[in-house]
Design a protein around this ligand. Structure first.
Ligand code: GLV
Length: 323
């Protein structure tokens, strides 16, 4: 029997590439050179399965252009807002993602952003690295003085798997957790966190607010101008989900006018071409979408994507099928 042909669009972990080579006729991208959209469309028509990254765009036109050969797109990301799942379903192309194995890494990045934004790490780092510390006036009550996490309240929007881990981790800082989710969780999952039925009613009670929901039409700008206006002046906005969950104009306005204290952002609308107003804000601690970026996690995500490919062609249960 001829082996199914698998295209891997970007460099994935060596261990996952080796595993894939055991059962399939594989085209790897060892040099990690991205395909243009047109190349991706053309190539995908020559393969039975694709291991893809969140940077690859699979829109309606992509699926309309498929000639019937491609059976599965296995994404190495948890978020699949880059894939038109309805169009995939219509073409009977299976979509899988890579959830869960990145939960701890993203929770750690959330803590990094919370600490970085609250303790003014960007300003501190810039002062030291620019060698201007020696010229700075260091006074006890103002110099790089920020806010604590200890004893504060964190509001979580989207209490899924990552949100729940963040909730557990911040308890180590003595924080209280409140949350908004489409549905109230059972009390064993809630673990003492207080539920709010809508985002706006939760806002005034948040010292920190962190977004952990997927990007969908319903969650676009879930932190909108109205919600941001309801935050206390000392509030800190954290985002490790997707840029589109936060209204950029509203957040930037609040940071510029200091109607909130700070933001810590790992994700941006149109990243990496983010709104340049963010670059000028000292009270915005930014990272380049590295939520899941540990060697261990990226290897596990790569392997999970391979396991989904194996499940499809070796007729096993998919570890994580989307459609
Ligand atoms: C990262 O953002 C992912 O969706 O895996």
């Amino acid at each position: 029997m001829t082996k199914p042909k698998i295209l891997v669009t970007r460099k994935i972990a060596d261990s996952a590439e080796e595993q894939l080579l055991k059962n399939f006729d594989v085209s790897l991208n060892k040099n990690d050179s991205p395909f243009s959209y047109d190349e991706l469309v053309k190539k995908c028509n020559e393969y039975d399965g694709v291991v893809a990254a969140s940077w690859d765009k699979f829109d309606k036109n992509f699926f309309d252009s498929m000639n019937g050969k491609l059976q599965i797109i296995s994404s190495i990301a948890v978020g699949y807002d880059n894939i038109n799942t309805e169009a995939a379903k219509n073409k009977k192309i299976v979509i899988t993602n890579a959830p869960n194995v990145l939960n701890d890494a993203v929770a750690e990045t959330t803590l990094l952003l919370m600490l970085g934004a609250a303790r003014r790490a960007y300003e501190g780092l810039t002062l030291v690295k620019s060698n201007k510390w020696k010229d700075a006036k260091v006074d006890f009550t103002n110099f790089m003085v920020g806010q604590p996490l200890t004893g504060k309240t964190l509001g979580i929007i989207g209490m899924g798997r990552i949100g729940q881990i963040v909730a557990e981790r911040v308890k180590g800082f003595g924080m209280k957790v409140i949350y908004y989710n489409r549905k109230k969780l059972s009390s064993d999952l809630e673990r003492g966190a207080k539920y709010y039925e809508n985002v706006n009613s939760m806002m005034p009670h948040c010292d920190f607010i962190s977004v952990h929901c997927p990007a969908t039409p319903e969650t676009k700008n879930i932190l909108n101008a109205e919600a941001i206006k309801l935050l206390p002046k000392h509030a800190i906005v954290i985002n490790t989900s997707r840029g589109i969950t936060v209204d950029d104009d509203a957040l930037i306005d609040a940071l510029e006018k200091k109607t909130i204290y700070a933001a810590g952002l790992d994700v941006f609308t149109n990243e990496p071409k983010l709104d340049e107003r963010y670059l000028k804000l000292d009270n915005c601690f930014t990272l380049p979408h590295i939520g899941s970026a540990t060697h261990e996690t990226r290897a596990a995500m790569s392997m999970l994507a391979v396991k989904n490919i194996e499940a499809h062609f070796l007729k096993k249960n998919y570890p994580s099928r989307v459609v």
